[in-house]
Write a protein that binds this ligand. Structure first.
Ligand SMILES: [Zn+2]
Length: 153
């Protein structure tokens, strides 16, 4: 609804200018037609002031339109800038964020994949056993599922 307000205000300014000039011309003609004393000068003055007034009004309105338009452009620029900042922050995160030195290094998090290498490591460190609740089979602690019946530890 409020898109391109700037250009709309500008168009309005132009319309007001044209109407103002037409109005002052009509006013001047009416004064000239009245045939009163000094009508010519008064008509001329009306024409001049009318044109000047509408031009001035248009200038102000046009300036407002221009400002609104540039504000809209700035909004777009700010959005682009924010996107760039986000990208920069993302790339900093990806590089570890330690380059600046003000971000404490996060402790390495062991991947909880439960892969074969993890199982072997558990076995070599401390070999413990667990008894299956379903079938009573004794399994290695490294095994998550019962060797015998497949029940979860
Ligand atoms: Zn079992």
């Amino acid at each position: 609804m409020f898109e391109n307000v700037g250009s709309k205000v500008k168009a309005l300014a132009m319309a007001v200018c044209v109407l103002g000039i037409i109005g002052s011309i009509i006013g001047a003609i009416i004064i000239w037609a009245s045939g009163l004393r000094g009508a010519f000068l008064r008509g001329l003055l009306t024409l001049a002031l009318g044109c000047f007034g509408s031009w001035l009004g248009t200038l102000v309105t046009y300036a407002i339109g221009q400002a609104a338009e540039s504000a809209e452009t700035n909004e777009g620029r700010i959005k682009t800038l924010q996107d760039k900042i986000d990208q920069l922050q993302q790339s900093l995160k990806n590089s570890g964020g330690n380059a600046a030195g003000n971000t404490p290094a996060a402790p390495p998090i062991a991947p909880r994949t439960g892969g074969r290498s993890d199982l072997h490591a558990a076995v070599s460190k401390n070999e413990k056993w667990w008894t299956c609740q379903k079938c009573g089979h004794t399994n290695k602690s490294s095994q998550l599922y019962c060797e015998e019946c497949g029940t979860y530890k």
